[in-house]
Structures are given as C-alpha cells and as structure tokens.
Write a protein that binds this ligand. Sequence first.
Ligand SMILES: Cc1cc2nc3c(=O)[nH]c(=O)nc-3n(C[C@H](O)[C@H](O)[C@H](O)COP(=O)(O)OP(=O)(O)OC[C@H]3O[C@@H](n4cnc5c(N)ncnc54)[C@H](O)[C@@H]3O)c2cc1C
Length: 321
Amino acid sequence: MVNCFAEQFISVKNQQDIIDTIRILNKNKKKHFILGGGSNILFTKDISGVIIHNKIEGIKIIKEDKLTATINIGSGVIWNDFVKWTIERKLWGVENLILIPGTVGAAPIQNIGAYGVEIKDVFKNLKAFNLKTGEKKIFSKKECLFGYRDSIFKNKLKNKFFICEIEVTLQKKDNPILTYENLKFEFKNKKKALTIKNISDVISEIRKRKLPNPNKLGNCGSFFKNPVINKEEFLVLKEKFPEIKYFKKNEKIKLSAGWLIEQCGWKGKKINSCGVYEKQALVLVNFGGASGLEIKSLAQKIKKDILNKFNIKLEEEVQII
Ligand SMILES: Cc1cc2nc3c(=O)[nH]c(=O)nc-3n(C[C@H](O)[C@H](O)[C@H](O)COP(=O)(O)OP(=O)(O)OC[C@H]3O[C@@H](n4cnc5c(N)ncnc54)[C@H](O)[C@@H]3O)c2cc1C
C-alpha cells in the first residue's frame, strides 16, 4: 500500500450514481480516474480530479438451460466472492481464477488469467458508460479485443468507459481445466477427485504458498508481464542460456519473467522499504512506508538489468499512475 490523495472521491453504488457523476465531471470539467480494488495500480503521485470508486453490487442468473447458465454481475462485486458463488452452485468456468484480488469490473480490463484460464474464456458481454457522453454501450467479446493481460480498455478506450456490469456463461457439466503442469501434478500425486471444490482448494493452496497476501504485505501481484517472443529470438537465447524457463504459446514462446529477474540476482533483494519477494521474483513488495516512486525506481532498475543481460524489454502488468 502507498499513500496518495485525490481532489475528490465519489463512490458509485448504482447506474444512477454513474450518470450523476458524469454530470459533475462535465459541469466542473474535472479529470477522472476509475478505481476498483486498487490491486493492479501503483500510484506515484496525488490525483488531481475525481476518483470514481466502484461499489456496484449484484449477482444473478439471467438465462439457463440444461448445460449452461448465464450470469449478470455488478462490476463492484469482489471477484473472489463471485468465484466462490459459482463454486457453491457447481457452475464451471472461473474456479481456476480463485483468489485473484479486485473487482469484477476490472477483470476484463486486463483479461485476468491464472492456471490456464482467462476471463475471455467465459465472457459474453459487458455494459459500460461513456464518461464523456453519458451513453451506455454493450461491448461484445469481439469488441473487447482481449489479449494476454490486455483489452481495448487498456489501450484505445483507457479510462474512457466505466464498466457497470458483465455477463459470463458457465458450464453445468464438469469441465476441469488442468493444462497447468503444477496443477496436473497436484491431482495426480494426491489422487484427489476432480471436483470444482477440490480444484479451487488446490489452486488456493498453491497461490497462498507462492504469493504474499496484499493485506499483510503490500504488492500488486505480478509486476511484469511474461515476455512473448518469436521462435528465432528464443533459439538465440536458449543457446546462450540453456536453462531458460519458457512455455509454448501457439507459434510464439512465452518466457518466465520471474526466472529472468531471478537470474539477475534480484529475488529477495531489498532496497530501503521495498524489494523483490523472496518466494516469487515477479512480485515487488512494499515492506511498509515505501513511496510509489521508490517502487517505480526499483522496477526500472530490474528492467535495465534484464535488457542488459537478455536483450529483453520487460513490460509492466501493473498500471503506474
Ligand atoms: C496478490 C495479487 C495477485 C494477483 N494475481 C493475479 C492473477 O493471477 N492474474 C491476473 O490477471 N491478475 C492478478 N492480479 C492483478 C489484479 O488482481 C487484477 O488486475 C484485478 O483485475 C484488478 O482489480 P481491481 O478491482 O483491484 O482493479 P484496479 O487496480 O482498481 O484497477 C485496474 C485498472 O482497471 C480500471 N478499472 C477498474 N474498474 C473499472 C471499471 N469498473 N470500469 C472501467 N475501468 C475500471 C482502473 O482504472 C485501472 O486502470 C493480482 C494482484 C495481486 C495484488
């Protein structure tokens, strides 16, 4: 956690609140910034203008048949509460995304993903308000332009639309996704039944072992994206660094950013009040009292070392404001 102040802070609880807030923004010609749970943002300065804080609740099944259920979720619902809701009802599709912090509305922004699943796999559409015109628009899956930790809302439409609800379609029939090697390994070794509850429990255990709890040790999860390179570039690197950790991603190769950072000696390193988490080099942590600028400076040092050693330009997953 870092300290930061905003000129004005408005919590929106329903769609009328958003419409009223848009009027305030337009009338006073104020800048705005949308805040969910704040788990993917590093603030390095105070915010001039209005912070719009999302508190829109509600989860309901809007359509179902023998095989599927389509759910409408208010964007301020805590993502993990929604995942637990689906597990209780044995609706398959997001159980691998358990324990990802933040709100439902932010989930499509970076197409959240973990353990072989991304939100785009279950996504149907979302409704959002244009913060300039006040118009409400439905975005289909295609229009969201989802990519690896990416969507249109991180690029062309960044900070332009307020997402107020999303719809996902989940499966009623068992549909375990065990593409991730360490997940497969856990089930094979412990001979556990492949139930939705067991899968989410195993993933929760792995996540708790690997990642620090942001309520106890300030962090934003993975600070950098895993770099994706082409096969030719990869072969050059593999010859120089035979141990390099990677995953095949269609025609491309995804490198483990954590491994690259570890090789540069950063794992467990501390600079004043911030540093690199001792159990996972992809996570930068605030031991207490570090400013956003100090954390940004640490990230820049890491990026420089990776560029010098591997000729790879790391990209932040976290949004630096
Ligand atoms: C310990 C830890 C583990 C994590 N693990 C994962 C993981 O496994 N996979 C993964 O993908 N991510 C992970 N993350 C990142 C983070 O949880 C996700 O990015 C999450 O979706 C952020 O939600 P939030 O509500 O906190 O968004 P915020 O951090 O508040 O906002 C993120 C961005 O979305 C915008 N935004 C938020 N809400 C709205 C809205 N309603 N309308 C329009 N724009 C909006 C904000 O302006 C900002 O640009 C992790 C983070 C932590 C701290």
